[in-house]
Design a protein around this ligand. Structure first.
Ligand code: PLP
Length: 358
C-alpha cells in the first residue's frame, strides 16, 4: 500500500521497522522507550543526540534554540504572539491559504493582526507578489506558512522582510530541502508530516527573541522557560522525540536534505507533468512556479467520477487520495517518506483510469 495522506502521514518504512524491533527493549534497557524516565541518563543522552542530528541536517546556527514542544501547530498559532508580541504590538500576516489564515485569526487574541497580503480573492491559486505586501516596519514579526497543505502553494524561498523577524509555519515542508535558517526568527512545525507522530512540535527560535518582554503568563507557555529547561519543563512527548530521532538518522543515511530536495523535486515534477499532460482529464490550477512539492491537489474533469476514482485507487493500494473538504477533488501528499515508486504507481493508475473513463 502507498500512503498519500496529508497527515498524520506515512513514516519511512525503515523507521517503523526499527521502532518495532526496539519497542520492547530499547537501548539495552529491557523496557520500551515510552517507559523511560525523561530524567534518566539514557533518555537525556538520546534527546541530546536527536537535537544534534537535527542541527546537523538543517545546519542550525548556534544562536538558535531548538525546542521539542507539544500542543500541535495550532497551539503555537497562539503561543507565538504570546511570546513575541507585547501589549499594544502588531504583527504582519501573509495569508496564502487555509493554515496561514487560521494562524492569523488565532493570533488576533494576543496581537494586533495586520493582514499585509492576502490571496484569498484569487482562491489562493497564486502567491501575492512580494512588492504588493503592505508590511509595517514596526511589526513584532511577519508570519508566513511556507507550504499550504490544503491549497497546495509553497514559497520557493524565504521572502525578504528586512529586519523584522520572519516567523514560518513549516509543518508540511520542513526537512524537504535545505533552507537558510538564519533568514528566520522562528520556525515551527507539527511533526506529523515529515518528522514523526502527531503530538510533537519543533520550534527553532533565534535566542534573542527569547528575551522579548512578555505579558504575564504561566511558565508552561513561555518559550524561554522551555529553552532554559532543555524542553523538559514538564514531561515531554518522549515517544515523539524518539521517533523524530529515528527519522533524522534515516535522513542522514539518505544523504541529508539536498538528497531529499532532489527526490522531492523529481516526485512532484513527475506528478504535475502527468496532470498537465492528461488532455484536461486532470487539472491543478496553481500558478506553476509556486506549486507545492509536498501536497498536490488535483481535480477530475467531471466530479461525478470522484467516487469511482477513490474506490478504484484504494483497491489498487493507493491510500488517502481524497482532497480536503474545503476544496474537494483529490490530493496526493508526497512527503519525504513517499518514495518515487509510489508516485510512479499513482501516475500509472491515473493514466489507466483516464483511459477507461475518458
Ligand atoms: N499548519 C499546517 C501547515 C498544517 O498542515 C497543519 C495541519 O496539519 C497545521 C498547521 C495544524 O497542525 P495541528 O493539527 O498539529 O495543530
Amino acid at each position: 500500500v502507498w500512503n498519500f495522506s496529508a497527515g498524520p502521514a506515512a513514516l519511512p518504512l525503515p523507521v517503523l521497522e526499527r521502532a518495532q524491533r526496539e519497542l520492547l527493549d530499547w537501548n539495552g534497557s529491557g523496557a520500551s522507550v515510552m517507559e523511560q524516565s525523561h530524567r534518566g541518563k539514557r533518555f537525556i543522552a538520546m534527546a541530546a543526540q536527536v537535537e544534534a542530528d537535527l542541527r546537523e541536517l538543517m545546519n542550525i546556527p548556534s544562536d538558535y534554540a531548538v525546542l521539542f514542544e507539544q500542543g500541535g501547530a495550532t497551539q503555537h498559532f497562539a503561543q507565538i504572539p504570546m511570546n513575541l508580541a507585547g501589549e499594544g504590538d502588531t504583527a504582519d500576516y501573509i495569508v496564502t491559504g487555509h493554515w496561514s489564515e487560521k494562524a492569523a485569526s488565532e493570533a488576533a487574541t494576543y496581537v494586533g493582526v495586520n493582514i499585509a497580503a492576502n490571496s484569498k480573492s484569487e482562491n489562493y491559486l497564486r502567491m501575492p507578489p512580494r512588492e504588493w505586501w503592505k508590511l509595517n516596519p514596526g511589526a513584532a514579526y511577519v508570519h508566513i506558512a511556507t507550504n499550504e497543505t490544503i491549497h497546495g502553494v509553497e514559497f520557493q524561498d524565504a521572502p525578504d522582510v528586512g529586519s523584522v523577524p520572519l516567523v514560518a509555519d513549516m509543518s508540511s515542508d520542513i526537512l524537504s530541502c535545505p533552507i537558510d535558517v538564519s533568514r528566520f526568527g522562528l520556525i515551527y512545525a507539527g511533526a506529523q508530516k515529515n518528522i514523526g507522530p502527531s503530538g510533537l512540535v519543533l520550534i527553532i527560535i533565534r535566542r534573542d527573541l527569547l528575551e522579548r518582554p512578555v505579558r504575564p503568563m504561566a511558565r508552561i507557555f513561555r518559550y524561554a522557560e522551555h529553552a532554559a529547561n532543555d524542553s523538559m519543563l514538564n514531561t515531554p512527548n518522549t515517544w515523539g522525540w524518539y521517533l523524530a530521532g529515528l527519522t533524522f538518522e534515516w535522513l542522514k543515511e539518505r544523504g541529508g536534505l539536498s538528497a531529499m530536495a532532489e527526490e522531492n523535486r523529481k516526485k512532484s515534477s513527475a506528478l504535475y507533468a502527468a496532470i498537465d499532460n492528461s488532455g484536461g482529464f486532470y487539472s491543478n490550477p496553481i500558478d506553476t512556479p509556486v506549486r507545492s512539492r509536498m501536497n498536490v491537489p488535483f481535480t477530475l474533469h467531471d466530479s461525478a467520477l470522484d467516487a469511482a476514482f477513490l474506490q478504484e485507487s484504494e483497491a489498487a493500494g493507493l491510500m488517502a487520495l481524497k482532497g480536503h473538504k474545503a476544496i474537494g477533488g483529490m490530493r496526493a501528499s508526497l512527503y519525504n517518506a513517499v518514495p518515487y515508486e509510489a508516485v510512479e504507481a499513482l501516475i500509472a493508475f491515473m493514466r489507466d483510469f483516464s483511459q477507461r473513463h475518458g
